[in-house]
Design a protein around this ligand. Sequence first.
Ligand code: ZN
Length: 254
Amino acid sequence: MEFVDSHCHLDLEQFDPHRSSLLTLMRQRGVAKLVIPAISAGGWDRLLAVAQSDVALYPALGIHPWCAAEPMAEPLARLEQMLTAMSVQAVGEVGLDFVKGMVDRELQLQRLHPQLALAQKVDLPLILHCRKAHQPLLQLVRSYPGVRGVVHAFSGSAEEAKRWQEHGFLLGIGGGILHPNYRRLQQVVTTLPLSAFLLESDAPYQPLPSTMGISTPEVIPRIAAEIARLQHCSLAEVAEITTANAWRLFRFDH
Ligand SMILES: [Zn+2]
């Protein structure tokens, strides 16, 4: 049985002391591949270096909406150059975060547009961060025909899930599904076929009570088992289909 962790911030410094043991453990649990999305432009070089250190790791580059207030002109030019010159699997994570108190919405939109255009131009999938912004983000994505991708750590309604799915986007299902009080997400998972989902740890974010506050790729089989329970299917089926979904989206070369 083989899984893909489609979203894990394994490049972050806090993983430095135990990254290699984490990779060993991850393989033991059947997680064969892992996509590392970027947060800020300042972290790209470090992320690429980490991704190059192990064949199971695949980098994505982009500017997170939380970093939308940072200067942009130079990073954008660099992003285009890096996306075409290097082996990068996706543009991300990018998107909109309309939770109160976040970066100015206009600024987020301004930063997002050129990154969507870039994804379209270089034909790479998007890893989208979306909080309280499903309707405007989907509308924006629709204005860039041909772009594909995943809405990571999906937390919207069944209706929103359906709309993304109809537009050909996958939904990243994270550790939230293991929380007994996230009923809505569990409900959403029962309404769509397995072909709609990717698995993700979003490590070190999305903390789980049982892992002492920090999420790691080890959580992936537990998320898959919960999806299997909700969908009344086998764990092997969840592994097979979500892994195939990841291969299709990210076009892994090995
Ligand atoms: Zn993330």
